[in-house]
Ligand binder design. Structure first.
Ligand code: PHE
Length: 338
């Protein structure tokens, strides 16, 4: 048996020496090492050996197997290396070929306007605050001095989810949330961008969902003149140095006094500039301060709110609010900043 093993080893290694390709190598591997291979065949005869012989022959058989394994592996590695070299030599890459152009996305025009407004206010020391779109009746109305039976609630037709929950109709509830979070601390200087919802029939100037940007400043001795100065600075940064504003008396339950602000602006395509309404604002109502934990004897503040779509429409001369939501590439591409 020893001899047969030695013989097998010799034969296998000789045969492997002359192997030329991977296919033949595999055949030889099966021939010697496979289930029906020669080595297996010899090992099957081990049952007939004496107890002394068995470990000796067993060890030899292992050596033979390892030797054949090693030879097979060496050859396999060589074939693989050769194959790689062949491929490297035959396949060349022209690194000077121009690449395939991937279409580049762009920031949505509405988001560009919101970002621009955010940056202007950040430059004036404001922070950005956010709040939920599904809002409580308390934050959306009650804490803004709009009790349940208040007629001004009709100004904003709402989507109610339950008696106490609704889709926020404006970003003003973020004023309330900010005051609650600041817990009596001053100063507060935030702007709050976000989506709002109203039960409107969609047309060129109305959408059931749109975006607002709210502003809130609370501190000591904050006056109406601070509000006017802030808004003028903001409008001139957004619409250009010679933009003019005017304030008209108005009404909001959560500000007193309240005003609407117009900007003198030549719309794209118009021949003459005209006054265009752009936002609502006012001094935070004492009741509103009080309900959120600020003593109106000590603190005062101003707030403002504007529609982002409306501003974008004025700035870019867009005539239909629905353009923002239809995702027509011909529209969107005009605003791609590359
Ligand atoms: N929330 C008001 C609206 O949606 C706008 C506003 C905000 C007015 C803050 C005054 C102060 O109409």
């Amino acid at each position: 048996m020893r001899e047969r093993l030695e013989q097998l080893k010799h034969e296998a290694l000789e045969e492997l020496k002359s192997v030329l390709d991977a296919k033949r190598l595999d055949e030889l591997r099966v021939k010697y090492q496979g289930k029906k291979g020669k080595l297996t065949e010899i090992l099957r005869g081990m049952g007939g050996l004496s107890a002394e012989e068995r470990p000796v022959i067993g060890q030899l058989a292992n050596e033979v197997r390892d030797a054949i394994d090693a030879a097979v592996t060496t050859h396999a590695e060589r074939f693989e290396r050769e194959e790689t070299e062949r491929r490297l030599a035959s396949e060349t890459i022209d690194v000077t070929l121009p690449g395939r152009k991937l279409p580049r996305g762009a920031v949505h025009p509405l988001m560009q306007v919101i970002q621009e407004i955010e940056e202007i206010f950040i430059g004036m020391g404001y922070q950005i605050a956010e709040g939920p779109e599904v809002e409580t009746d308390y934050h959306n109305f009650e804490a803004l001095n709009l009790p349940k039976d208040h007629p001004a609630r009709d100004m904003q037709d709402s989507f109610y989810i339950t008696e106490e929950l609704l889709l926020r109709t404006h970003t003003s509830p973020v004023q309330v949330r900010t005051m609650q979070r600041m817990d009596g601390e001053v100063p507060i200087k935030v702007i709050c961008p976000g989506k709002v919802y109203r039960r409107d029939d969609d047309d060129a100037t109305h959408s059931f969902q749109f975006h607002q940007i709210e502003g809130l400043v609370i501190g000591k001795n904050i006056r109406m003149s601070d509000l006017k100065g802030t808004l003028l600075t903001f409008i001139q940064k957004l619409f250009g140095e010679d933009a003019q504003i005017r304030m008209r008396p108005s009404f909001f339950p959560f500000t007193e006094p309240s005003a609407e602000v117009d900007v003198m602006y030549k719309k794209k395509g118009a021949t003459e500039p005209s006054w265009l309404e752009i936002l609502g604002c006012g001094m935070v109502h004492p009741r509103v301060l009080e309900m959120s934990g600020y003593d109106p004897e000590q603190y005062s503040g101003f707030a403002f709110g504007m529609g982002a779509e409306r501003i974008a429409m004025l700035k870019y001369g867009i005539d239909d609010i629905r353009h923002f939501y239809n995702n027509d590439e011909r529209f969107l591409k005009q605003f791609a900043r590359q």
